[in-house]
Design a protein around this ligand. Structure first.
Ligand code: TPP
Ligand code: SF4
Ligand code: MG
Length: 272
């Protein structure tokens, strides 16, 4: 006889399978991958804010049911591969030029929801000109600005957003205002421009902040539908690898150091 005898381990495994099956019902489901995210494994370091930011963008697009009507523009930086993860039409732009590329796409395809996704080196250093002029013209797009205070992809050089005293590979003793200038609050700056409609600063370091960031992105797409002008959503994030911290330490450091200088909340609120 070729029958396999059940062992105690087999029994336990079987019980576990039954238990999992009964828990994973449609009614109990609280988390699943939206259609708008591909199943590609993200390349981000453990604890990196980019992955969470991608997910909430994907969720908003799914919830608004605009997957086929949305075009994103990926930057150069750690999120250069965003087009591999977001299951929507995506374009890649040269370093700093994403808002200009998004402008072109929106003008040719005005019925599409168009957004750019840019890091702080991309948007606030090499892309400062494009950012300011896109916002000043009031292009009807959403700009998502990922501020992790550093050039992540290239190995941790100082960014315009690097805090005073913060160490980076190009400010190994900490950012010194006398020689390196002040950190640039470009979000406050674009809020002054007549073309911006909604400007806000969010973070993804805690569940409540993730929800607020997601709500800001959702609102921005709704404003875009109404042709209101440029919406600008900053997301303060962490870069555990270049901050030389564990993911948990980096979230704490973000709360204690980044958020006091980059306070969360709406900077320019729509009047209606
Ligand atoms: C024209 C040009 N200049 C410089 C670079 C090198 N470069 C690639 S990514 C990057 C900075 C990325 O930092 P950031 O935009 O903050 O994105 P992060 O990686 O932190 O998400 C730089 C300077 C480049 N690719 N192209
Ligand atoms: S280097 Fe920093 S920004 Fe880049 S993936 Fe790693 S943690 Fe994220
Ligand atoms: Mg950065």
């Amino acid at each position: 006889m070729n029958e396999k005898t059940m062992t105690v381990e087999d029994d336990l495994h079987f019980e576990q399978m039954i238990a999992e099956e009964s828990v994973c019902t449609k009614e109990n489901l609280v988390y699943e991958r939206p259609e708008t995210l591909t199943d590609a494994t993200m390349h981000y370091c453990p604890g990196c804010g980019h992955g969470v930011a991608h997910r909430i963008i994907a969720e908003v697009i799914a919830e608004l049911d605009i997957q086929k009507d949305t075009v994103g523009v990926a930057p150069v930086g750690c999120s250069v591969l965003a087009y591999n993860y977001l299951n929507i039409d995506m374009n890649g732009a040269a370093h700093g030029r994403a808002s200009a590329v998004a402008t072109g796409i929106k003008r040719v395809l005005p019925d599409k929801y168009v957004f750019s996704y840019q890091g702080d080196g991309d948007l606030a250093a090499i892309g400062t000109g494009e950012t300011i002029h896109t916002c000043n013209r009031g292009e009807n797009i959403l700009i998502i600005f990922i501020n992790n205070g550093i050039y992540g992809m290239t190995g941790g050089q100082m960014a315009p957003t690097t805090l005073v005293g913060m160490k980076s590979t190009t400010s190994p003793l900490g950012r010194d205002v006398a020689t390196m200038g002040n950190p640039l609050k470009i979000t406050e700056l674009v809020a002054q421009l007549p073309g911006t409609y909604f400007v806000t600063r969010t973070a993804v370091n805690s569940p409540v902040n993730v929800r607020k960031a997601k709500a800001a992105i959702k609102k921005s797409f709704e404003y875009q539908k109404l042709n209101k002008g440029t919406c600008f959503v900053e997301i303060v994030t962490n870069c555990p690898s270049n901050w030389k911290m564990t993911p948990v330490q980096s979230n704490k450091w973000l709360e204690e150091n980044m958020l006091p200088f980059y306070p969360l909340g709406d900077i320019k609120k729509p009047s209606n």
